[in-house]
Write a protein that binds this ligand. Structure first.
Ligand SMILES: Cc1cc2nc3c(=O)[nH]c(=O)nc-3n(C[C@H](O)[C@H](O)[C@H](O)COP(=O)(O)OP(=O)(O)OC[C@H]3O[C@@H](n4cnc5c(N)ncnc54)[C@H](O)[C@@H]3O)c2cc1C
Length: 218
């Protein structure tokens, strides 16, 4: 059972009405915005540079040689890299950190990713940042990369670039989860629990944005 299945099952037991596929702009009553973060497109992005979420929801479908930029160190870049490699793309992951997926669990997720990445032929290039990208006349993307320990720059041409960067929060009252401050699933659930406790105890209208944000909430 996935985490989402588990949460849906809990909601059903509690008698919560669940409506999916619905855009809401409702402003009356108490509205809690758990609408997630906004993908943050890097300043160097040109056409052919996609956010990881666009690839996962199918709105972008990169093919051929794909450069994945690991800007979070977590599952975002590594999971999309595996997905694209399984679809037949030639994938390279670059990270500014000393290792791709530096925040993956050291004794479980990272070694497992490295094993699967090796089997899929995914190239991992740490210590590397993207400086710029341009669209070539052949419709490819030329990416200028900096190997920051040495200061060496080189340009790499690919068919597409996929970036995994931390999203931006949204604006407005009563936000929880990534809409308040992009972090991780546990933090979104903890935000919701704190907000509900606040509503229960205060039994007044709308609570403020007092949810504490910090490393303990990641
Ligand atoms: C590729 C990837 C892998 C990740 N892996 C992990 C991981 O392994 N572990 C971990 O802890 N975290 C992981 N994260 C981070 C985690 O997914 C988020 O922190 C978490 O999902 C935030 O939950 P949320 O409920 O705030 O927002 P979301 O999960 O983003 O949910 C927001 C929902 O609101 C909906 N919505 C938006 N606007 C409206 C509207 N106007 N009306 C109605 N609905 C709307 C959206 O469609 C979406 O379903 C990952 C993130 C990504 C992108």
């Amino acid at each position: 059972m996935t985490l989402v299945d588990d949460l849906v099952a809990e909601c059903r037991v509690a008698g919560v009405e669940l409506c999916t596929g619905v855009e809401t702009e409702q402003e009356s009553g108490l509205v809690i915005r758990a609408t997630g973060g906004i993908p943050d497109r890097p300043t160097w992005a040109v056409s052919g540079v996609h956010d990881v979420v666009d690839v996962l929801d199918g709105s972008a479908d990169p093919r051929g040689e794909v450069l994945v930029v690991d800007g979070t160190g977590f599952h975002e870049a590594t999971s999309v890299a595996e997905l694209l490699a399984e679809r037949g793309c030639a994938v390279e992951v670059v990270a500014a950190a000393m290792v791709v997926g530096q925040d993956l669990g050291l004794t479980l997720h990272r070694p497992m990713f490295r094993r699967r990445a090796a089997a899929l032929g995914i190239r991992c290039t740490p210590d590397t940042v993207v400086l710029a990208a341009t669209r070539t006349s052949a419709g490819r993307v030329a990416v200028t990369l900096l190997h920051h320990p040495t200061g060496r720059e080189h340009t790499r041409e690919v068919d597409a670039v996929v970036v995994a960067t931390p999203p931006r929060p949204r604006v407005g009252p009563n936000r929880i989860g990534d809409a308040l401050a992009p972090r991780r699933v546990g933090a979104a659930i903890a935000d919701a629990e704190r907000l509900v406790a606040e509503i229960d105890t205060s039994a007044v209208g709308a609570p403020g944005n007092s949810t504490p944000v910090g490393l303990d909430g990641r």
